[in-house]
Design a protein around this ligand. Structure first.
Ligand SMILES: [Zn+2]
Length: 602
């Protein structure tokens, strides 16, 4: 059943002012009386209970869904909800009368009642974070009314004797454009979300507050007293924070990074907290549920600050540190700062130009450092390596230079070598070795290699390919257990040289010919060659070592006969001597402008 006298319900209007309008229209005196007359409990009216909304939808002839959308429903002891937006007690100022005077003047101008009944209260006016009218871009005005018991939540009773004042306020108001945050919040109340990835996921009140608290740090001096911060400054702060928070988590993290970058001092936990100022204090001391924001700041601190395991940040601890400072790494690993720094540098865990960064400011990723320190601690000293290999200090010095690079260089006395690499090396050699007692002609492996100036690993290659036999003397220790025959080694080396390949330049040198004569001889087929590629892919002609040997055996150049670097007159003299004996240069070679003779004829 509908009431005979009704009032319209406007978009953005709140339910209590609709109830107040109906009470006024039906001459009930005030909202409480009206509720009594209708048999409704007053707290249910203020709390927007389902029964009340349903009843008023019927009595006022307003669509139930429309009326529900404008109702601030009590959903907890100190919480209300509009649509799906939950507003906590700090988000609401329902006990004060805050209005946009321009909106009220407009209401009367276009209304059909010609006065008080045309006005209505907006939901947005009850939200503390909305301080300007998004329609008129003017400040909302707190009418600062001392309300008596009957007037609470009775909008029309509240402003009945304020209309003249409201007119004056509307005429004298100055522009204060609504901020982006105020637009965002007003839209959210009306059921429109902006599609912001992070801010939209936060509860209404938290979304507003995080913008303001971060904005306070961005817009003002960190010593500003927030208790006395003017409303306009809060709005400015909210806008500054919204610019960051609307960009999502990435944007917030970047902002935190910039804040700490701008803050002087160490990258210690304490200086972090100082850099984030009131924003951090709010997160640390507020009893509200701020976890979605705390989680971001906490992650940021754990990832960029050396926090010892067990130390809580914003209520939570981590078992493992994400980053270490040199001090915290020293405390964790019991290794000196100098060594930690050396290890981190060697592993590329330090930023560029880390030499110019003081110990206190360096941060090292903890998991990577942990494995690097573990590897370092498994390393052995040079002396231990020398003992393991069973070689003299000199021999070790040669060996490590060629085969065993230090695990971490530049650490002076702390230099370590990979023990695994050394034992692998020994195992490899022993696997190739044939057990035998020391016998004539077999010499200690390493010393022989050393005296022949021949790389140990090259010798190992020879052993692998079966060209060199390695013996094993059980009575000796380390590398010196291994034996090799010096004669066999020489043969193997000679054989290896035969298999070597020579480039034209080297061939010219060995045959004592000019480079161009050699090139032509190769092209004309006088010197056999094959085509190959270098490691860089360039095509080159190779002369096999055995072919070069055979050439040297069969032919001899004039240059070789007179000796390297001999004078031209000496060569002419030699040629004439040979001519007299009937030994003539080979005609094929003359076309290459080289004088070559058969060795057999000389
Ligand atoms: Zn307005």
């Amino acid at each position: 059943m509908m009431l005979p006298l009704t009032v319209p319900f406007h978009p953005g209007q709140n339910f209590t002012s609709y109830f107040s309008g109906l009470a006024c229209r039906n001459f009930a005196g005030n909202s409480r009386n009206f509720a009594n007359e209708l048999g409704l409990k007053w707290p249910d009216v203020v709390g927007g209970s389902d029964t009340v909304i349903k009843t008023m939808s019927d009595l006022g002839g307003i669509d139930l869904a429309t009326l529900t959308a404008g109702t601030m429903r009590r959903v907890g002891l100190r919480e209300f909800a509009v649509r799906q937006e939950v507003l906590g007690q700090y988000t609401l100022s329902r006990q004060r009368v805050i209005v946009c005077p321009c909106c009220l003047v407009d209401d009367i101008a276009v209304g059909r009642f010609g006065g008080l009944l045309d006005t209505y209260q907006r939901l947005a006016w009850e939200v503390t974070h909305i301080r300007a009218c998004t329609r008129h871009d003017v400040r909302l005005v707190d009418l600062d009314l001392k309300l008596n018991h009957r007037q609470t939540f009775d909008f029309h009773l509240q402003i009945a004797d304020q209309l003249d004042r409201i007119n004056i306020l509307a005429e004298n108001t100055s522009m204060r454009p609504a901020t982006k945050l105020e637009h965002y919040l007003t839209n959210r109340l009306a059921g429109h979300r902006a599609g912001l990835e992070w801010l939209d996921t936060l509860p209404f009140g938290l979304a507003a507050k995080v913008c303001e608290m971060l904005g306070v740090v961005l817009a003002f001096d960190s010593r500003r007293n927030l208790q006395t911060l003017p409303e306009d400054d809060w709005a400015r702060a909210g806008d500054a924070g919204f610019a960051v928070c609307s960009g999502g988590v990435v944007s917030v993290r970047r902002c935190l990074e910039q804040l700490q970058h701008a803050s002087p001092g160490k990258r210690s936990l304490h200086s972090r907290m100082r850099a984030f100022g009131q924003f951090y204090e709010w997160l640390a001391y507020s009893d509200a549920d701020l976890e979605p924001v705390r989680a971001i700041v906490r992650d940021h601190i754990f990832e960029t600050t050396a926090v010892s395991p067990g130390v809580a940040i914003l209520g939570q601890t981590r078992n493992k540190a994400a980053v270490h400072s040199l001090q915290s790494a020293r405390n964790s690993y019991g290794v000196s700062i100098r060594i930690i720094r050396g290890i981190a540098k060697h592993q590329g865990l330090l930023p560029e130009e880390s030499e110019n960064i003081g110990d206190a400011k360096l941060l090292i990723p903890a998991p990577e450092l942990a494995s690097a320190v573990a590897a370092w601690s498994k390393g052995i000293t040079g002396l231990q390596a020398q003992e393991l290999l069973g070689v003299s200090k000199n021999a070790w010095w040669v060996l490590q230079g060629a085969h065993f690079p230090p695990l971490f260089g530049g650490l002076g006395a702390a230099t370590r070598y990979n023990a695994l690499m050394i034992t692998d090396f020994l195992d490899n050699l022993e696997r190739l070795a044939v057990p035998q007692s020391r016998q004539a002609g077999m010499n200690p492996f390493f010393e022989t290699m050393y005296s022949q100036q021949y790389g140990v690993l090259n010798a190992l290659d020879l052993a692998h390919s079966g060209q060199l036999r390695i013996g094993w003397d059980r009575s000796r220790h380390g590398l010196n257990r291994l034996l090799v025959s010096e004669i066999e080694l020489r043969e193997a080396l000679a054989q290896q040289r035969n298999q070597a390949k020579y480039r034209a330049k080297e061939v010219a040198h060995h045959l004592n010919l000019t480079q161009s004569a050699t090139d032509r001889a190769i092209i004309r087929g006088l010197i056999p060659c094959s085509v190959g590629a270098t490691t860089t892919g360039q095509m080159v002609r190779f002369v096999a070592g055995s072919d070069l040997k055979s050439l040297q055996r069969r032919f001899v150049s004039l240059g070789t006969l007179t000796g390297k670097g001999s004078s031209a007159s000496k060569r002419v003299q030699m040629r004439q001597t040979l001519e007299k004996r009937g030994v003539l240069p080979l005609p094929d070679w003359l076309e290459c402008s080289a004088m070559v003779f058969r060795r057999s004829e000389i």
